[in-house]
Design a protein around this ligand. Structure first.
Ligand code: ZN
Ligand code: ZN
Length: 150
């Protein structure tokens, strides 16, 4: 699994309706989560909020979902998972959905100026005298650090 940039995350709202169809568990719900992630450009913490409605079919482990019942199986818009026959953890259902939805790239503002690749100054706060490269990102900073060592 991809490592998430979130440094904190919690559910602020969640709804879940479980129904059982011939041994498959159909989970329909929605969630709203909020957390904090570092800005992709300047690394300042940014509050993020995200959520979605979802439908998941959980089949007993070792079996394919039968796809019967009120929801037709469409690989694209319906997630399929498995449970071990004893039951499912409602928390697990939510966190799996949250993990799918976590934003991979967060910026504090669309016009965040980022960190100066030359001196490392946060250019939202201070104007440094290094000039303005066209595209500055964390990788430029890394490249620059490497260059200094050699
Ligand atoms: Zn930023
Ligand atoms: Zn600079």
């Amino acid at each position: 699994m991809e490592t998430s940039p979130l440094t904190a995350c919690r559910l602020v709202d969640a709804e879940l309706l479980l129904s059982v169809e011939k041994g498959d568990i159909l989970a329909e719900g929605s969630f709203e989560a909020e957390g904090e992630a570092p800005c992709d450009r300047c690394s300042e913490p940014v509050p993020v909020r995200f959520g979605k409605a979802f439908q998941t079919v959980l089949a007993p482990k070792g079996q394919e979902p039968k796809g019967t019942g009120p929801v037709e199986l469409h690989a694209d818009d319906l997630d399929v998972g498995y449970y071990d026959g004893k039951g499912v953890e409602v928390n697990d259902i939510f966190w799996e959905q949250v993990a799918l939805e976590i934003p991979l790239k967060v910026v504090c503002s669309e016009d965040c100026k980022g960190i100066c690749p030359t001196c490392g100054a946060n250019r939202n706060r201070e104007a440094c005298s290094c000039g303005t490269p066209l595209e500055a990102g964390p990788f430029d900073v890394l490249k620059n650090l490497k260059g200094k060592k050699e």
